[in-house]
Write a protein that binds this ligand. Structure first.
Ligand code: ZN
Length: 248
C-alpha cells in the first residue's frame, strides 16, 4: 500500500517536472520573437500576483474551461497566500519568477537578491524552482533579466498585451486580448486587476470558439521549438539542388 502510494507520488512529481521543462534552446535567452506557425495555441500569462481577492476568480474561470496558464509571481506577495500556489500547481498551471519586489532598475546586488529570494519562496511552497522568469516591466536589459538568464532561466516577454494597466474596463481588456491572440501568442495580463479577472471568462469562451487551446509557457516554448525546427528543415530542403538539373 505504502509502496504504491510512493510510486504514484513519484509519477506525479516526474510528470510535473516534465510539464515545467523548457527546451534548452531557450535557456538563458530572452523569449520574444514568435516563429511563424498555424497551430491555434495561446499562452495566457498573469503577472504581479498572487492576490487573495482576484487570483481565485481567475483560477475558477481557467478551471471551468480546462485552460492552463502561467502565473509570474512577485515574491513578496507569496506570504500567507501559499494556498494559491498549491492550487495553481494542483490545477496544472506553471509558476514563474517575477522578482521579489518588482523594481525596474535595481543594481546588480539587489537584482541578484530579487531573483534568488523569489526562487526560494516558490521552492519552499511547491518543492520546485521556477523554470521561467519575467523581468518587471518587461525590461529586457535590466539586471534582474540578466541575472535570471545567467542562471539559465528564459526571460519571457510577450507577443501581445491586454494593456490592462492602462484601463479599468473589462471590455477593453477583452478586446485587446482577443486581438492579440494569434497562433503561438504569449499574452500579458495581470491577475491582480479585478477588471482583468472579470474579463477572463469571455476571453476564454471567445478564443475557445475560435478553436484555440490554452497552454503554459513551457509548453508553448516546446511548440515554438517544433515550429522553428520545421522552418529550418524546410529551408535546408529548399537549398538542396534537385538531381539531374546540372549540366557540365
Ligand atoms: Zn509586473
Amino acid at each position: 500500500m505504502l509502496v504504491s502510494t510512493a510510486i504514484a507520488a513519484c509519477t506525479y512529481l516526474s510528470s510535473l517536472q516534465t510539464a515545467m521543462k523548457v527546451p534548452v534552446m531557450f535557456a538563458g535567452r530572452t523569449v520574444l520573437n514568435k516563429p511563424a506557425m498555424t497551430e491555434k495555441v495561446v499562452a495566457l500569462t498573469f503577472d504581479d500576483g498572487p492576490s487573495p481577492f482576484t487570483t481565485p476568480t481567475v483560477l475558477d474561470s481557467l478551471k471551468k474551461h480546462h485552460a492552463k496558464a502561467t502565473f509570474f509571481l512577485v515574491g513578496q506577495m507569496i506570504h500567507r497566500r501559499e494556498y494559491l500556489l498549491r492550487r495553481m500547481m494542483a490545477e496544472g498551471h506553471v509558476i514563474g519568477n517575477h522578482s521579489w519586489s518588482h523594481p525596474y532598475h535595481p543594481d546588480p546586488a539587489k537584482a541578484k537578491d530579487e531573483v534568488r529570494r523569489t526562487n526560494q519562496a516558490i521552492h519552499q511552497v511547491t518543492g520546485f524552482y521556477p523554470a521561467v522568469f519575467r523581468p518587471p516591466g518587461g525590461i529586457m536589459d535590466s539586471w534582474t533579466a540578466r541575472l535570471a538568464k545567467a542562471q539559465g532561466l528564459p526571460s519571457v516577454i510577450w507577443t501581445g498585451s491586454s494593456a490592462d494597466t492602462a484601463t479599468t474596463s473589462s471590455a477593453v481588456v477583452y478586446r485587446n486580448v482577443v486581438a492579440a491572440a494569434h497562433p503561438g501568442a504569449i499574452i500579458l495580463m495581470h491577475d491582480v486587476k479585478s477588471h482583468t479577472a472579470a474579463a477572463v471568462p469571455a476571453i476564454l469562451a471567445t478564443l475557445e470558439k475560435k478553436g484555440y487551446r490554452f497552454v503554459t509557457v513551457p509548453e508553448m516554448l516546446r511548440i515554438w521549438q517544433a515550429a522553428k525546427k520545421k522552418a529550418a528543415d524546410q529551408q535546408v530542403a529548399a537549398k538542396v539542388p534537385s538531381t539531374g538539373s546540372t549540366k557540365s
